[in-house]
Design a protein around this ligand. Structure first.
Ligand code: AMP
Length: 224
């Protein structure tokens, strides 16, 4: 792939679609940072102080974090050196105002030959519910699935040995709310990329490796 041009990739997909895992793998492949807003917030929420408390409270209910906080965190992250050649976004934009903010940013940083593409990892609501109930995470950011990606040692993280937990927002009642929110907020954003002919649709209900392969094959065509 031609990597002299700047590449910006935005991942879409319901919670539990595996877009976080795919964004991270694609980041390694393209040598670009994969930036997960949810992950930045989770890390921030483990600190002390008012912001951490607010984040913890909002996230445990599956609600969206207020816009001023979102843009502040994004600004800081995108100003880091590793994002200069491009970046991969997971979980942003999630609403119209965020799409507008992102478009503003892209207008400033992209030249006509650079690439900005969206990838939708398509997974049905039924599959999401099945998957999230078996997801376990570690405070270090690693995520597991009891069936498809189990940790080597039951209950502990492969990387840091930390105790694995069920995210507050992966509890069944919260999952239903998150799905509702996803459909309401994300559909117009996905349509926006589709209309521009810059949306790549990937079948997410396959093994992790097959999804990755499909993504790379589709990107190779687009990034010639
Ligand atoms: P995720 O890991 O992407 O499922 O995100 C976890 C939580 O972080 C969400 O339920 C929201 O509370 C918050 N969050 C993540 N991305 C955004 C965003 N773009 N706008 C507002 N809140 C967000």
């Amino acid at each position: 792939m031609n990597q002299k041009k700047k590449i910006i990739i935005i991942f879409f997909g319901p919670p539990g679609s595996g877009k976080g895992t795919q964004a991270a793998m694609l980041g390694e492949y393209l040598k670009l940072p994969a930036i997960s807003l949810g992950e930045l917030f989770r890390r921030e929420s483990l600190r002390k102080g008012k912001l951490a408390k607010t984040l913890k409270e909002i996230m445990s209910r599956g609600k969206l974090v207020p816009q001023e906080i979102v843009e502040d965190v994004m600004d800081k992250r995108l100003r880091e050196k590793d994002a200069r050649a491009g970046f991969i976004l997971d979980g942003y934009p999630r609403k119209k105002i965020q799409l507008e903010k992102l478009s503003e940013r892209l207008r400033k940083i992209l030249k006509p030959d650079d690439h900005a593409l969206a990838i939708l990892v398509d997974v049905s609501d039924r599959e999401v519910k099945k998957r999230l109930s078996k997801r376990r995470v570690c405070a270090c950011g690693a995520a597991y699935h009891l069936e498809f990606k189990p940790p080597r040692q039951r209950g502990n993280c492969d990387f840091c040995g930390g105790r694995l937990i069920t995210r507050e927002d992966d509890k069944p009642e919260v999952i239903a709310d998150r799905l509702k929110l996803y459909h309401k907020e994300n559909k117009p954003l996905i349509k926006y990329w589709e209309k521009q002919g810059r949306l790549i649709r990937i079948r997410g209900e396959q093994a992790i490796g097959s999804v990755k392969k499909d993504i790379i094959a589709a990107l190779k065509k687009e990034l010639k």
